[in-house]
Design a protein. Sequence first.
Length: 421
Amino acid sequence: MKDIVVQKFGGTSVADTDKIKNVARAVIREKELGNDVVVVVSAMGHTTDILTKLAKEISQNPSPREMDMLLSTGEGVSIALLAMALQEQGCKAVSMNAMQVGIITEKVHSKARILEIKTDRIREHLDSGAVVVIAGFQGITDDFEITTLGRGGSDTSAVALAGALKAKRCDIYTDVEGVYTTDPRIVPCATRLEQISYEEMLELARVGANVLHPRAVEAATQYKLPVRVRSTFKLNNLGTLILGVEEMELHRPVTGVASDLSQLRVVVCDVQDNPGVAATLFDGLAKENISVDMIIQSYARKALNTNDIAFTIDKADLDKTKEVLEKVRPELNYSNIFIDDKIAKISIVGAGMIDHPGIAAKMFKSLAKLGINIKMIATSEIKISCIVEQSRANDAVEALHTVFGLDSNSVAEVKGDLPNI
Ligand code: ASP
Ligand code: MG
C-alpha cells in the first residue's frame, strides 16, 4: 500500500481559476513522488465572508442551521473546480463533500466538532488511482444535517482526515511561508521557525497566530501526525514542521509572541463570596457553548462578603453572555457589569520556559518600560499572557519580540492586510 499525503489549500491558494490550476500542479507533483494524495480545500478567496454578508443583508440574526447550509456551499465550488483542473492536466480525480465521505460531527451549528470520519469510500477512490478532493470546513450530523467547523475549520478537516487515513503527513499550504515568531505584518523582522512543537503551536494558535486553526493542532497532537505549514507559491520551500516536543531539536525559552484582538473582558462586580457562585456563572456560560478563556477572581472583601470576577470571551459571544448574566443575576446578586471590548491579549510562548526563571518578570518589565498597563495575567507551563489596551498591542508585540531575541536579520515578506485595530 502506498503512503497517503493529505494536502490542504486555503482560500488564498484557490482564489481564482489560475490559482486553482497552480494548485492542481502542486497536487500532481506530490502524486508523482509516489504517494496517494487526498486534497482538502477551502472556499475561494473571500467567499465565506461574502456569503456571511449576504445573510446579514437579509437578517441580523439568521438561523444557525441556514447559515451552515449557506456557508458550506463555498467549499463545494472549490472541490468541483479543482477536480476539473486535475482532470484537465491528465490526472484522475474525484471531488467529495462531507456527506459523501461521512465526516460526522456533533449536532452543533457553526462550530461543530468532528466525531468520526469514514474512510472506506475515500480508500476505494484512492485504490482506483484517483486523487480525492474533499470539501473542508463542513460536516454532517448522523441525522443528515449540514454543519460547519468554525471559521478556519478546513485546517481541522485536513488534519482529522489525515489522522483517520493514517497519512504519513499533512501539508497545510497557505500564503505565508511557514510559522513565524510573530505576525510578520506587525514585525517585519519576524523569523520563520524550522520546527515548532504541537504544544507551542497550540498555544500560539489559540492566542491568535492565524496560521492554523487550534482544533487542527489538537487533532495533530492526538494522532501524533507531522504537519507542515508551507507556501503554495514557493513549492520548493519546506516551511515549518510541527511535531512532538520530544522530537524537537531545540527548546527555546520563548519561541513566539502573539497578539489576539478577538476577545473582550467582562467584569462582574460584587458577587457574593459563597461556595457555588463561580460554578453557577460558568456553568451557565458552558451550557450556552460559550468558551471562557482567562478568569480572575479578586481577593475577597471580607466585611461585605463579596468579590469581583473578571473573565474573557470571544467578542462574538457577547450577546449570549449578557443573557446568561441576566439569568444568573438573582443567584449571584452582583451590583454591576463592565464590558471592556478594547483589549488585546499579548502572549509569549516557549517550551523551554519552565527551565528559565525570570521570563515573566522580563515580560512585565518590557511592558512597564513602554508605559503599558497590564489588566489581567494568566500563565501556563509554556505560556504567559497579559491583557493590555488594544491600542498598544503592536508596540507590545514589537518590544517583546526584540527583548526575547527573536528579531531576524532579514525582513520577512509581508502578505495580506494588517489586522484591524
Ligand atoms: N472557508 C472557511 C473560512 O473562511 C473555512 C476555511 O477557510 O478554513 O473560514
Ligand atoms: Mg483558512
